[in-house]
Design a protein. Structure first.
Lengths: 303, 410
């Protein structure tokens, strides 16, 4: 990765909205690079600006100021029509609520982006291939309402793949699914990343997903989280979900995170929980393991 | 996106809500139907009027005594000599004087009677009036010269007196005002005139016989003359020549009103045509207002459709649809909606027109519906235009939606 420019490259992106007389700063100075073949999750609490960031990275919206280059093209200066073209060629979208056309079959839904594409050659065959890849080769002519949520989302992923985009943007892709289907969808996305080298950007507030991806981009108050905040988020997710069986520990851990310092016993168990949770971290992201393990210790020492 | 895909998508969306689409189409359906029916019936009526007028002949002038618009002092009648002088004019092919009177009761020895207009004619009248003979012959010059008591009768008179339209009645005797006339010919059937009087209830006798025996008050005067103008002269030229000749013969000075009237069939035809065209247009215009109302209905529904499908529009934009793609999609949808309504309306309108003609025929008025392909093509194009026009605002609204906002809406 190093110094070269990523497939997604932003410099000091800002996004302001005017709501009545008040100026709302949805994004404030975001500088970031996402490299080809990465699988990254944008995470943050609701209202943090992660959706705005996703919209801008997905070329659905333009930043108020700043530079955004997608695959070398200066997207931040494009007009609506050029943006539409970039979305069509370079980005595949997967949405939380699938957004399939209810009256069209799976095949027709997958072919939808080719209607707006210059490359219409073999559109049908490409759609069939995409559906086979997501494991729906036998359901080409089913309508969305005849399929389960997981299947619908796989149709949506096939639709995202048909124009062979550089980037797949998935906005809460498992948000409307039960945990089993959600897991399958995540496995599919990870497989696409590993086997086909697709750059995948997920937007989620599901910590479980945060744990599965190599890179987490956290957003707070319209800004990228600092090193500590990134770590905090990572630790928070670990504590919450690595110890699902120990409810008491969990609660304590949360209490610790929110600086409930007047209960030393709870703080102690919380620390234990956090440390136990961290056991998994080095496997996924070795770089961050050190600062993360330091932070909870530091906190407990202060108390 | 090519047009077939657009139309396919539009049909898909239209059929997805059948009841609503049908009700929306109904406005255009009724509008186009009314326009087609009114125009077809109006055109048919106009055609039948002008057709029957043109049987009077488009190279023919009608000369009658008297002036219908101005008072004339010492008005003179038209005499046989006047007509004689006219027939010698360079531009006149035939000048056929007639005398006619009120309807007479005609009887036959078997006791059957009929009422008929009896007209005294000359041989040239057959050409001028476009009469064909079914049996026997028309009045000849010999009949005129020797003031013979002979008659040529129409098919209906033949039927009334002798039992059937084509009865061989040549040589039989009929009585008009008690005077015996020998039938020498039966006319071919001609149908009714514009004003509804039958042309087959005529009885023609020689002019001289009529003037000297039947209508003795009209001795030497004629009640009308049909003048066939040579084809190399225009009606206007002939009219001017006849007018100056008669002014000279009747001693009418320049600027004084004429004591005769020359009617030009072409002028009448033109006047009637223009009146009927205006009337037809007026009917069509009234019907077109319902088309307008139908168009507003389409706009209304398209606006509802756009707000219902905000999410779909957002999705399409996210997947790369440009403003023009969305605009085209909704314009095609409203046009297809309107066009289907229009096509059904054309069928409905034609059905309605033929229905009206059928009812008219049952009540005794012959009416031939005239289906004008131009009007049908016009109605088709117009309904597409209505869809386009009233679709512009909703489609524009749809195409201007921001993908972000459209996707967010639930």
């Amino acid at each position: 990765m190093g110094d070269d420019i990523g497939v997604i490259h932003t410099e000091h992106i800002k996004k302001y909205y005017i709501m009545g007389d008040v100026e709302v700063r949805a994004l404030n100075d975001i500088t970031l690079d996402i490299y080809k073949g990465e699988l990254a999750a944008i995470m943050g609490p609701s209202g943090s600006g992660k959706s705005t960031l996703m919209n801008i990275l997905g070329c659905l919206d333009r930043p108020t100021s700043g530079i955004y280059k997608l695959g070398g093209e200066l997207v931040s200066e494009m007009n609506d029509s050029q943006l539409a073209d970039v979305r069509n060629r370079k980005i595949g979208f997967v949405f939380q609520s699938f957004n399939l056309l209810p009256r069209s079959t799976a095949l027709e839904n997958v072919m939808l982006p080719t209607l707006y594409s210059k490359n219409k050659r073999n559109a049908k065959q490409r759609a069939i291939d995409a559906l086979e890849m997501v494991g729906l080769g036998s359901r080409l002519n089913h309508k969305p309402k005849e399929m389960s949520g997981g299947q619908q989302q796989r149709v949506a992923i096939a639709r995202a793949l048909i124009n062979d985009p550089e980037i797949i943007m998935a906005d809460e892709p498992t948000g409307n699914l039960d945990s089993k289907s959600g897991k399958e969808i995540m496995e599919l996305l990870i497989r696409l990343n590993k086997e086909q080298g697709k750059t995948i950007i997920l937007v989620t507030h599901d910590p479980k997903i945060g744990k599965q991806v190599p890179r987490v981009i956290s957003v707070f108050d319209g800004m990228l989280g600092s090193e500590e905040e990134q770590a905090e988020l990572k630790r928070w997710t670990d504590v919450n979900y690595s110890k699902l069986d120990g409810l008491k520990n969990d609660k304590a851990a949360l209490a610790d995170d929110h600086a409930a310092d007047n209960i030393p016993a709870a703080a102690e168990t919380g620390t234990e929980g956090a440390v136990a949770g961290l056991a998994n971290v080095p496997e996924t992201e070795p770089k961050q393991s050190e600062p993360v393990s330091e932070t909870p210790e530091g906190e407990t020492e202060e108390e | 996106m090519n047009i077939t895909t657009l139309i396919k998508e539009a049909m898909n969306s239209i059929t997805s809500n059948k009841v609503r689409s049908f009700l929306t189409m109904l406005g255009i359906f009724i509008g186009v139907g009314a326009v087609i029916a009114m125009m077809s019936v109006g055109q048919g009526a106009q055609n039948s009027i002008t057709d029957s007028l043109s049987t009077l002949g488009t190279q023919t002038l009608y000369l009658t005594p008297g002036n219908f618009t101005e008072n004339v002092r010492n008005a003179q009648n038209l005499t046989n000599d006047d007509i004689e002088a006219i027939s010698r004019l360079e531009c006149v092919e035939i000048a056929a004087p007639v005398v006619s009177s009120q309807s007479y009761t005609i009887s036959q020895s078997n006791g059957k009677t009929a009422n008929a207009t009896v007209t005294g004619v000359v041989p040239g009248y057959r050409t001028v009036g476009n009469y064909d003979m079914m049996l026997g012959s028309f009045i000849t010059q010999e009949n005129i010269d020797s003031k013979e008591m002979v008659a040529v009768i129409g098919t209906e008179i033949n039927e009334s007196l002798f039992g059937a339209k084509n009865s061989s009645s040549i040589g039989e005797t009929i009585r008009i005002m008690g005077q015996p006339y020998r039938v020498i010919g039966v006319l071919e059937e001609k149908g009714s005139t514009t004003i509804g009087t039958s042309q087959d209830r005529n009885v023609f006798i020689p002019l001289s016989t009529a003037q000297s025996r039947l209508m003795t008050r009209q001795k030497n005067t004629v009640s009308q003359a049909s003048i066939l103008v040579k084809s190399e002269y225009t009606l206007e030229e002939a009219q001017a020549a006849i007018e100056s000749l008669l002014q000279e013969r009747h001693g009418i000075f320049e600027g004084n009103p004429n004591d005769f009237t020359i009617m030009n069939v072409q002028e009448i035809l033109n006047a009637v045509s223009s009146i009927m065209s205006t009337f037809t247009l007026f009917l069509g215009g009234v019907a077109a207002i319902s088309l307008l109302v139908g168009g507003i209905g389409i706009m209304n529904i398209m606006l509802v459709t756009v707000s219902e499908r905000t999410r779909e529009i957002g999705l399409r934009k996210a997947l790369g649809a440009k403003k023009g793609d969305i605009l085209a999609q909704f314009l095609v949808e409203s046009s297809v909606l309107s066009l289907v309504g229009g096509l059904l309306g054309i069928a409905f309108g034609l059905l309605l027109a033929f229905g009206i003609a059928r009812i008219a025929a049952m009540t005794g008025t012959e009416l031939h519906v005239s289906v004008n392909p131009v009007i049908i093509l016009g109605a088709t194009l117009f309904s597409i235009a209505v869809g386009l026009f009233f679709g512009v605002y909703p489609a524009n609204k749809a195409s201007n939606l921001e993908p972000v906002i459209a996707l967010r809406s639930e």
